[in-house]
Design a protein around this ligand. Structure first.
Ligand code: ZN
Length: 422
């Protein structure tokens, strides 16, 4: 199987599980991730204070339905876990259609789709159904049943640190709280899982911290419990919506000049494909927490189609047909490219800064192989030597010189070998 198909297969296995911000669905999902990579699974007790928030009680659900007067299950949680408003309180009662309707949610503009709704912090219940299903409901008495519970338990999240040559970290984070939704949630989990596997096969200078946590409350919980580690995180990405046919979309981290923003701009510019880059905004996924002013990490958001902009978003149409192995694969390759530039984008210091060092006596005039002409290679050396005063990275030098990052990277390695920069 190719990697795209493997990531798709992982998404396929996770798809039927009823996830939420807490509960057994999250644990089952973490267990599937753990079959691939050795994440640690953390359990944080309900009622734990995490900054201005409190870890909620744990939610679990076993069954739910609406029955008509004939006793037929006309809406059944077992057909789709989107049918129940996520975090619904238990209910078991009979009520007339008019009263029931106050608890039903549909999407009139896409009448065959079931919406995805949550009610984490209000004690309420509800059902989601297609608009066609709703229109077919006749007057009468309905039986509603939700076998769920909110109990003192835990919030679960997964974490993996893959150590590099330095303690400086790159944070990669995906939310794991959506039930049967493929692009928004499962695509990000699958791509990060396989990126972690890939990282374990190469050498790297950064250490990489992977966080698989429920949206919002999960990243807040991690940040509140790990304030001592925040300084080590130099760059980061939140990922979501990585499996659809759309082009890459990147939302910059809060500090617009951050290296991660520059690197991704460079990689997308040179990808040969269409893409879009957006400025930071305080709405979206967990980058909102990582980029809050008191945390202020350089964490951006990488997606294909942007959340909220495609009609399938947060509906039953964000299913396994909406994502494809080849797009998961493209997203994985994109992350690999971003990381390879970040890994190589060092800031050097010229060790012979007083006038130009004599390159000829070191045999450096024709030392770089390949097809590029001698003059460009020499120019690359001169640019690096001139700009490497500790304030400019290779990417900065690429910008002012218009020399490709790859050539600058090769040239820097060569100059380093000859002790001209470090
Ligand atoms: Zn979502």
């Amino acid at each position: 199987m190719d990697i795209g198909a493997e990531m798709y297969a992982q998404a396929e296995r996770m798809y039927p599980i009823c996830r939420s911000i807490t509960g057994n669905g999250v644990r089952e999902t973490l267990a599937i991730i753990r079959e691939h990579i050795q994440i640690d699974i953390h359990e944080v007790p309900s009622h734990t204070k995490v900054f201005d928030w409190t870890v909620p009680r744990e939610w679990n659900i076993r069954d739910a339905y609406i029955k008509n007067e004939k006793g037929e299950r006309i809406i059944d949680f077992k057909d789709s876990n989107l049918h129940v408003v996520n975090y619904s309180v238990p209910i078991n009662k009979k009520l007339p259609l008019e009263e029931l309707k106050a608890h039903l949610y549909t999407i009139p503009e896409n009448p065959d789709w079931i919406p995805y709704r949550t009610s984490y912090y209000d004690d309420t219940w509800g059902f989601c159904l297609s608009h066609h299903q709703m229109q077919s409901l006749e007057d009468g008495i309905y039986e509603v049943f939700i076998d769920s519970d909110h109990s003192d338990g835990n919030l679960s999240y997964g974490e993996l640190l893959i150590k590099g040559e330095t303690e400086e970290e790159i944070l990669l984070s995906a939310h794991i709280c959506h039930p049967s939704l493929a692009n928004d949630n499962l695509s990000g989990i699958a791509v990060l899982t396989y990126f972690a596997k890939y990282l374990q096969s190469i050498s790297h200078r950064y250490s990489y911290r992977f966080i698989f946590a429920p949206g919002t409350i999960g990243s807040i919980t991690w940040l509140a419990s790990n304030e001592d580690k925040i300084d080590r995180i130099k760059h980061g990405l939140v990922v979501s919506c990585l499996g659809d046919a759309g082009n890459p979309t990147y939302k910059c981290s809060r500090q617009s000049e951050a290296e991660i923003n520059q690197v991704i701009e460079y990689v997308l510019e040179n990808s040969g494909g269409e893409y879009s880059i957006e400025k930071f905004s305080p709405y979206g996924y967990d980058e909102r927490q990582y980029c809050s002013p008191g945390i202020n990490l350089n964490v951006g958001l990488l997606e294909r189609s942007k959340y909220g902009t495609f009609p399938e978003y947060h509906t039953s149409a964000d299913n396994l047909d909406f994502i494809q192995p080849k797009y998961l694969q493209e997203s994985l390759e994109l992350i690999k490219n971003i990381i390879s530039v970040l890994e190589a984008n060092k800031t050097y210091i010229n060790m012979q800064p007083k006038c130009e060092p004599q390159l000829g006596k070191r045999g450096l005039y024709s030392a770089i192989g390949g097809d590029l002409d001698k003059a460009t290679k020499q120019l690359a050396m001169l640019w690096i030597l001139n700009q490497s005063d500790g304030s400019k990275s290779l990417l900065d030098i690429g910008r002012v010189s218009s020399i490709s990052f790859e050539l600058l990277h090769q040239t820097a390695l060569l100059l380093e070998e000859h002790d001209l920069i470090k």
